[in-house]
Design a protein around this ligand. Structure first.
Ligand code: AMP
Ligand code: MG
Length: 484
């Protein structure tokens, strides 16, 4: 059924704990991503909903699965925790998909593991639906991310602040190896483990580095580049991850662990949604700085394996950290130039972009509609320019932008390019809340509709135009929760 080839399970025993999912009482399928299953080469065509529910709850194990919980450590809000690990997630195994890419299939909320600490190993329905919606929205946006393969209600309650329905989420990832996986071995002085992990990660995610002279340094540089690119993509769609702890940062460069994450409605650089982020450590504009901080933690783990002695290793690693800033800036500029329909590079572009963002902030304008409105104005004229441009400062910016666009390309061509870079529908927080609230009364229609809409976020599909509208003041969601 699943063409498993489980390479992580072949690593030494201290990398993980073998553990089976705990059975649940009455699993019921909420949603199954048949297109993704097909891409993964899973043969599930003839299976009915009950069989899928049994499979994606962990009640029945597909043949060839080698269920395990991965060991990792991590800095949580700056504090180092030497042992975290999969406390409520169980890796079933890996498959090589139709494009030749190795992918992990993992159940989240599948019961206790040796890493559960005080947790129950379970997940509540709300966070499962949130992760389903937002991870598929990220995919729709074209941003590297873990994917949603299935969501199942368990038929059992979980106890959080209140009693909630339990659910299990099936996640697909390039791998679940995190910065914190390296920290797990580094914290134990386990150089042998670090070397095995490094070789494994290079073979799996960075095969081009296999012949590199200074493999550990090359890996650091490559992870820094992917993370810089990823965070720049987040910034370009107004995404706030919310918990960029080192255990929530992948080595592959995919977005992972959708907890209190959210997309901005009105733009503000210091915006924070997460109820647990009281200091604003993971605020929107702090994300590149935190990315660099996390890469510094990875550098510390890789130092002992770098060539040329300790001083040289420190110098080389520092150079990567400095370069991270340049990498991010380069990706960020590229993304925002595209969002504004700019081709080529002009020395004034940085100021032009920043001034637009400052306008959005000053007038508390919606981030997504602000950009989307610009392309509408190009084709439909000033009448459909965002209301924002009735303001004098905005009108001045608008004419600067028009000058920069020049007249080399027809405005309609620029507008089409901009529409492909600026989403129409994002997974707005109040819509996610609405979907979860309805699901708690067993009505999944809003959830399904939202997932369908965010799958194609750039197309201006009128059947979803209500989902493009920002929240009314009374619909605003000020806080998001981790859901652990
Ligand atoms: P997260 O905040 O989801 O990134 O999780 C941080 C750590 O807490 C990880 O080691 C998780 O496996 C663990 N964890 C979160 N929720 C639970 C739970 N309900 N039961 C056991 N462990 C959990
Ligand atoms: Mg996590």
């Amino acid at each position: 059924m699943f063409p498993f080839d489980n390479s992580y399970a072949r690593l030494p025993e201290r990398f993980f704990a073998s553990v089976k999912p705990g059975a649940v009482r009455a699993p019921h399928l909420i949603r199954f991503n048949a297109a993704l299953a097909e891409e993964l080469g899973l043969r599930l065509d003839g299976e009915d909903e009950a069989a899928l529910a049994a499979l994606f709850s962990g009640n029945s194990l597909p043949e060839g699965a080698q269920p395990l919980a991965m060991a990792y450590a991590g800095h949580q809000f700056g504090q180092f925790v030497p042992q975290l690990g999969d406390g409520r997630a169980i890796l079933l195994g890996e498959v090589v998909d139709r494009h030749g890419r190795r992918r992990d299939i993992q159940l989240k909320g599948a019961g206790e593991t040796p890493f559960s600490r005080r947790g129950d190993g379970r997940a509540a329905l709300g966070p499962v639906l949130r992760e389903y919606i937002v991870s598929e929205a990220m995919h729709g946006l074209g941003i590297p991310t873990t994917r949603a393969l299935a969501a199942v209600v368990s038929g059992e309650p979980v106890i959080r602040e209140t009693v909630l329905p339990g659910a299990i989420f099936t996640r697909v990832a390039a791998s679940h190896i995190r910065v914190g996986t390296f920290q797990f071995f580094a914290a134990r002085g386990d150089e042998e483990g670090l070397r095995q992990l490094t070789d494994y990660v290079i073979a799996r995610h960075y095969p081009a580095l296999q012949g590199a002279e200074n493999k550990a340094l090359a890996l650091l540089d490559a992870v820094a580049e992917r993370q810089a690119a990823l965070i720049a993509r987040w910034m370009a769609v107004g995404f706030i991850h919310g918990v960029m702890n080192t255990d929530n940062m992948t080595i592959s460069g995919e977005t992972i662990d959708f907890g209190p994450c959210a997309f901005l409605d009105e733009y503000h650089p210091r915006k924070v949604f997460s109820s647990i982020d009281r200091q604003g450590r993971y605020a929107y504009a702090n994300q590149p700085g935190i990315g660099q901080w996390n890469i510094a933690r990875l550098a510390e783990c890789l130092l002992p394996m770098m060539e040329g002695g300790e001083d040289k290793a420190v110098e080389d690693a520092n150079a990567v950290l400095v370069r991270f800033g340049d990498m991010f800036q380069r990706h960020w500029l590229k993304n925002f130039r595209t969002k504004l329909g700019l081709i080529g590079e002009d020395a004034g572009d940085l100021a032009l972009i920043n001034d637009f963002l400052a306008l959005l902030a000053r007038h508390e304008a919606d981030f997504t509609l602000g950009f989307r409105g610009l392309s509408a104005a190009l084709t439909d004229g000033a009448a459909s320019a965002p209301a924002l441009f009735a303001q004098e400062d905005a009108a001045v910016w608008y004419s600067r932008w028009q000058t920069r666009l020049g007249n080399e390309r027809p405005l309609s061509v620029i507008a089409i390019a901009m529409e492909n870079a600026n989403p129409f529908v994002i997974a707005r927080n109040h819509r996610i809340e609405e979907a979860i609230t309805a699901a708690l009364s067993e009505d999944y229609t809003i959830f399904h509709r939202l997932v369908d809409a965010v799958n194609a976020p750039y197309s201006c599909n009128q059947q979803w135009s209500d989902l493009a509208v920002p929240p009314e003041p009374e619909q605003r969601v000020a806080r998001t929760f981790c859901g652990t």
